[in-house]
Design a protein around this ligand. Structure first.
Ligand code: UDP
Ligand code: MG
Length: 316
């Protein structure tokens, strides 16, 4: 089909949408204008991530009007990472480009991504130079997260990188082999390697609606990122344990010596409580860390499918 058209290689733009009925028509208008001017065969694949509003209806109308558009509808809201996985699994062109449905990643930049791809890069990822319409708290927590991630993980995740990126066929094939359930896409994208290049861009405010990610979701995404790309927290538990044991040993020696020298009138309830509570706390934290990993292991061994598609409208 589109694949391998002489010289101009083909591209699929993958867009995950969750309750985006307000933003999609404008988004698609801008996207079509860009794709019309592109000298490569192009398609658009919208993944409806179990939206509760009129998103699916809007998407169907877009597909009626534009033969480039194909659709996937997931059986429920699986979350952005899995929605993107579903989309990327169904791409059969020479490259895929991931875009947000809310217009925050400007489609007007697609030609720049394609140009880098033509230069021979396999992954072109957008790096945000500015974050308009985001609170200082979000910027601060995002910066903190990237710092922690770089420290903890062997797979350094480029700072301020979203999911706005172009990936060539070899990278898509590599990603398809990573079937882990706990999908931290930014990490997986980096993990696969290949020739990667950054493309700086300014992240615009949303076209409509609000972010689907509140701080609780972001915190969980951060935990996902850390636990799936680092086992340092487990080792940390060991070190804290060793340190506590050493301090306890030294203190024990001191208590015995003191008792031998000066005797031991009954005393020491406050210190006893302090030690018991401290050790209890440290042990619970260590158990919690083990639990985080064990829980993920449990989910992983169940080997459930990553996502379920309820309806599809794909090119034949
Ligand atoms: N999204 C999705 N499933 C979800 C949450 C979000 O497919 O469960 C999509 C959403 O429609 C948008 C993209 O992921 O296209 C980014 O979401 P959002 O703009 O809310 O995130 P932010 O830009 O605030 O990081
Ligand atoms: Mg957004």
């Amino acid at each position: 089909m589109l694949r391998g058209m002489a010289g101009n290689r083909s591209l699929t733009v993958v867009i995950a949408a969750y309750n985006e009925e307000a933003a999609l028509p404008e988004m698609h208008r801008r996207l079509s204008a860009v794709l019309d001017g592109l000298d490569a065969g192009s398609r658009v694949l919208y993944v409806d991530d179990g939206s509760r509003d009129g998103t699916w209806g809007v998407l169907q109308r877009l597909a009626e009007a534009d033969p480039r558009v194909s659709l996937l509808r997931l059986a429920r809201n699986f979350g952005k990472e899995l929605a993107l996985t579903a989309g990327l699994d169904h791409v059969d062109t020479d490259a895929a480009l991931v875009l947000d449905a809310d217009g925050q990643d400007p489609p007007e930049l697609i030609p720049a991504f394609v140009a880098k791809w033509r230069e021979g890069f396999d992954v072109v990822y957008g790096t945000r130079t500015r974050r308009d319409g985001e609170t200082w708290l979000k910027r601060l927590t995002a910066a903190g997260f990237y710092r922690v991630m770089t420290r903890l993980s062997d797979t350094p995740i480029p700072r301020d990188t979203g999911d706005f990126r172009l990936m060539s066929r070899p990278v898509l094939d590599a990603l398809r082999q990573l079937r882990e359930r706990q999908r931290f896409m930014k990490g997986l994208f980096t993990w696969v390697g290949f020739r990667q290049v950054s493309l700086p861009y300014e992240r615009a405010p949303r076209l409509a609606g609000g972010s689907k990610f509140n701080y609780w979701r972001l915190w969980n995404l951060a935990l996902e990122g850390i636990t799936s790309f680092s086992t340092v927290p487990l080792r940390l538990a060991t070190y804290v344990g060793v340190l506590t044991a050493l301090v306890a040993f030294a203190w024990g020696v001191w208590i015995v010596a003191r008792t031998l020298l000066w005797g031991d009138p009954v005393q020491g309830w406050p210190s006893l409580m302090t030690v018991v509570l401290f050790l209890g706390g440290v042990q619970l934290v260590a158990l919690g860390i083990i639990g985080e990993y064990l829980g993920r292991l449990y989910v992983e061994v169940k080997q459930r499918p990553l996502y379920l598609v309820s309806e599809a409208r794909l090119p034949r």
